[in-house]
Design a protein around this ligand. Structure first.
Ligand code: KIV
Ligand code: ZN
Length: 384
């Protein structure tokens, strides 16, 4: 059997994720999350944007000293001083990486840089060459690659590979692409850029249309071998690709023949840590880590799950560090769920008792959002 290819997980919770208003972290908080990310076994931690503030510079220095087994990365623009400061911040890192780049779409070239394609290509090459004077591992991002024409994008990619880039990041910065477009972009680069097989192609997708994860997976299908993501999909606007989603999609679809190094049993814990530290609650219906991700409340589903979990669950909750599936009792629940929950608190009901208890259960359930264990005890006392 063909050995599975590894997809590297590049976590940018501490850089792109931290750009969310109200979620700024201090150095101690960043260190705590970096430690959790290393335990989770991400391959790369983007620790910050060192030139952006003295605090962020300090955080990148401290994370570089702390993290021993994971690549630590610092962001820069294609600006000499940014790159120099990133190099300085990473000087203690065991495995340092500078992440430098520039906008390549017509919109960025015209409005942001008031420049032209030739000059932007030159700046990209200069940035990579300069970054190489500090570290061996240099990742180049073509900002707004999602809206960059493929021919020019391929020229830029080829030039930066020649200049020494080790990873090519193809960001869909504005979350604009459809999965087939984004996948076609990666395919085009694979087929048209000389030297592309010497580097990793990285997907960095934003979620403005709710497609960040789908686009990243399509990128992987077309040959990308790094995905940039954040815990809980944290990030500006609608956020970034969610690490837990990418990881579990690749795990649940073995025929894609790729996997990650992530210790998935730590996903729930890491998700909670990031949510609490960044003061960013997780939606109950968030895939993999939402509080309802393994909760069943309709009678038909509950009956199925009680008989055999896999009838309505494609992931065993234990695989992501959640103890057990939840059977939530509401007015939509059936007898099987009520009997199951009663049994869990030590109350065995005969068929007749269950019929009586269930009638009273429905009366109460119509009045409250959820029936808890205390309710069951009281109903049984009243009826049985
Ligand atoms: O979305 C983006 O383009 C970025 C780059 C700075 C990598 O975050
Ligand atoms: Zn981004």
């Amino acid at each position: 059997m063909k050995r599975k290819d590894k997809v590297k997980i590049f976590d940018t919770t501490l850089r792109d994720g931290e750009q969310v208003p109200g979620c700024k972290l201090n150095t101690n908080q960043k260190l705590q999350i970096a430690e959790a990310l290393e335990l989770l076994q991400v391959d790369i931690i983007e620790a910050g944007f060192p030139v952006s503030s003295p605090g962020d510079f300090g955080s990148v220095v401290e994370i570089s000293k702390l993290i021993k087994n994971t690549i630590v990365c610092g962001l820069s623009r294609s600006v000499k001083n940014d790159i120099k400061v990133a190099g300085e911040a990473l000087q203690y890192a065991y495995f340092p990486r500078i992440h430098t780049g520039i906008g390549t779409s017509d919109s960025h070239i015209k409005h942001k840089f008031k420049s032209n394609k030739a000059k932007i290509l030159e700046r990209a090459v200069e940035a990579v060459k300069y970054a190489k004077t500090f570290v061996e591992d240099v990742e180049f991002y073509a900002e707004d690659a999602g809206r960059t024409d493929n021919e020019y994008l391929a020229q830029v990619c080829e030039a930066v590979i020649k200049a020494g880039a080790t990873v090519l990041n193809i960001p869909d910065t504005t979350g604009y692409c459809l999965p087939n477009e984004y996948g076609a972009k990666i395919k085009y680069l694979k087929e048209n850029v000389r030297g592309i097989d010497q580097v990793d192609i990285s997907c960095h997708c934003h979620n403005d249309l709710g497609l960040a994860t789908a686009n990243s997976i399509q990128g992987v299908i077309e040959g990308a071998r790094q995905v940039e993501c954040t815990i809980n999909g944290m990030g500006e606007r609608a956020g970034n690709t969610a690490l837990e989603e990418v990881t579990m999609i690749l795990k649940q679809h073995p025929y894609l023949n790729v996997d990650t190094n992530i210790n998935t049993k730590l996903l729930a814990h890491t998700s909670q840590l990031v949510s609490q530290t960044m003061c960013m609650p997780i939606a109950a219906n968030k895939a993999i880590v939402g509080s309802n991700a393994f909760a069943h409340s309709s009678g038909i589903h509950q009956d199925g799950v009680i008989k055999e979990r896999s009838t309505y669950e494609i992931i065993d909750p234990k695989e992501v560090g959640v103890d057990t599936s939840k059977i939530v009792l509401t007015a939509r629940s059936g007898r099987a769920a009520l009997a199951y929950r009663a049994r869990n608190i030590g109350i065995e009901l005969t068929k007749d008792e269950l019929d009586h208890v269930y009638t009273e259960f429905l009366n109460i359930a119509d009045q409250v959002k959820e029936i808890k264990d205390d309710h069951i005890v009281n109903i049984v006392k009243k009826v049985a």
